[in-house]
Design a protein around this ligand. Structure first.
Ligand SMILES: Cc1cc2nc3c(=O)[nH]c(=O)nc-3n(C[C@H](O)[C@H](O)[C@H](O)COP(=O)(O)O)c2cc1C
Ligand SMILES: [Mn+2]
Length: 485
């Protein structure tokens, strides 16, 4: 189990997944260009030991591959994390004693996920207050040439609901305004924004930087508002997240964080945030966003600053998104059980497209599933939903295109609807609302207005086996990859 960012860095190093960069490198654009090339080449995490003008090293690309994402969660494949979630969500009344004990174990894993408050935290080894607060100490990146300022890009922003006190943790970029002020990019659909809107005047905020990878990931997870992301982190880690009381705000912060920014956001104070080179692959336009005032900055000794670059996909965030796609499949299935699998293509910046396979049981079933997804959490922002039959591999885009072409009569099988769209989507006529495209690429039933549906072509199992067996006889030599299976 990884306790903090340092455990994680040590693991990455042992696994040959981290390169230390000793050269002086500028967090202004230069780091971005290096990371962009590294991510796209499937390269390692990078620890810049001497970012120009800063006192702290910069860690980036920690999540930038499937292997590192699996290392972070301690699993072989991302689907293994989903299995753990499904285990709890799909709990049935136990049948025998063994089942009962297993059930108890699962319940214990849920109970163990509640964060634990501790007295002292390494994150407060150094405490800077008032005029000593200086964001300039950190190697905060200006990511793209059109960005007006440096942005903190990998924070876990912690708030509490002013009415019921429930905690929320989210990842929202923070544009640096001056040494103790940033903007807080709480988009319209996000829980963090809801906490702020519900406050009467002022809301305390704490920002944790440099966490164990599972807790850092959890800040980006699209949980329902009343579910504490730190609880999910504890559940996924198998060990509660340890918290310590903030030094200047009534908010508990992760005890092992490298850096914590404490402060407040006023309800009526807004500033022009952006533009920002965003994960849409475009600059999002400047827009008014709340202002975060930092009242205290606490750190570990030799704190390491974590960062991420978003931009034209694929970037490092692709893997945070893929983790979410896999981890949330059981939760999606809990509501829409006919779903076999889904895929949110990285190139579609996640909200642009969702391919979903279903066990089709009745006429109009694909349409039902499209509308279900358009009504489900952050999936409601999906612009295009493609529905295929259960046997289709949604991760094989060639296969999906085949069925989307072969099984679709555009006059009959395309749904145009309207609904909420991602805050950052620049394409719709108006911000926040616009069109939805559904494509029913399933095999059609007579009730859906289809003629007799033809059989799909496939070879018999007997002949496949025969050819497998005889492959060597045909004289292809080492070209054995052509064998079936
Ligand atoms: C690298 C990265 C940067 C993100 N930046 C923002 C952002 O600036 N604003 C925002 O509202 N969401 C941003 N998100 C998405 C949120 O973190 C995500 O929607 C999360 O679920 C929000 O938490 P909440 O639903 O508790 O508010 C970002 C996600 C990632 C992975
Ligand atoms: Mn939330």
């Amino acid at each position: 189990m990884l306790n903090d960012l340092r455990d994680w860095i040590a693991l990455l190093e042992r696994e040959g997944e981290l390169v230390r960069v000793a050269a002086v490198v500028d967090p202004d654009l230069e780091v971005t260009e290096i990371v962009d090339r590294t991510v796209k080449a499937g390269g390692p995490a990078l620890l810049f030991e001497h970012p120009r003008g800063a006192q702290h090293p910069l860690l980036i690309n920690q999540f930038g591959s499937e292997r590192r994402m699996c290392l972070a969660f301690g699993v072989e494949r991302l689907d293994d994390i989903a299995r753990k979630v499904a285990d709890v969500l799909e709990m049935q009344p136990p049948a025998g004693l063994v089942e009962k004990l297993r059930g108890l174990q699962r319940l214990k894993s849920v109970a163990d996920s509640v964060p634990r408050t501790v007295r002292k935290g390494a994150c407060q080894e150094i405490v800077l207050r008032g005029d000593d607060v200086d964001l300039g100490l950190l190697p905060i990146q200006r990511c793209w040439p059109g960005d007006p300022a440096p942005f903190i890009t990998l924070p876990a922003v912690i708030t509490r609901d002013p009415h019921d006190g429930t905690r929320n943790v989210g990842m929202y970029r923070m544009q640096v305004v001056d040494r103790c002020t940033t903007f807080m990019h709480w988009q319209i659909h996000k829980d963090g924004r809801a906490d702020w809107l519900a406050s009467d005047g002022r809301i305390p905020v704490a920002v944790a930087l440099g966490l164990d990878p599972v807790t850092a990931y959890s800040a980006s997870a699209p949980l329902p508002k009343h579910i504490d992301e730190l609880m999910m982190a504890g559940f996924l880690r198998g060990e509660p997240v340890e918290l310590v009381q903030g030094v200047s705000v009534e908010i508990e912060v992760p005890a092992t964080a490298e850096i914590v920014l404490e402060g407040f956001v006023d309800k009526d104070e807004l500033g022009e945030e952006g533009p920002f080179g965003d994960h849409t692959g475009y600059y999002t336009a400047a827009e008014p966003f709340p202002v975060f005032h930092v009242t205290a900055m606490t750190m570990r000794k030799d704190a390491i600053y974590p960062s991420i670059v978003v931009g034209k996909p694929p970037q490092e965030d692709a893997w945070l998104g893929k983790a979410t796609e896999r981890i949330f499949l059981p939760a999606v299935r809990a509501t829409v059980p006919e779903i076999v699998d889904y895929d949110l293509p990285v190139a579609g910046a996640f909200h642009n497209c969702c391919i979903v396979s279903i066990r089709k049981a009745y006429p109009g079933h694909a349409h039902k599933v499209m509308h279900a997804l358009w009504g489900l959490g952050m999936l409601s922002l999906t612009k295009c939903v493609i529905v295929v039959d259960g046997h289709v591999d949604v991760h094989d885009y060639q296969q999906v295109l085949f069925y989307a072409g072969a099984n679709v009569d555009p006059a009959r099988d395309v749904v145009l609807a309207r609904g909420p769209l991602d805050h950052l989507d620049h394409a719709p006529e108006r911000q926040f609302i616009g069109g939805k495209l559904g494509i029913d690429a399933t095999a059609k039933l007579p009730e859906e207005g289809a003629r007799a549906w033809p059989a799909e072509i496939d070879m018999t199992a007997e002949v496949k086996e025969l050819v497998d067996r005889r492959w060597a006889d045909y004289g292809f030599g080492t070209h054995t990859s052509a064998r079936s299976g």
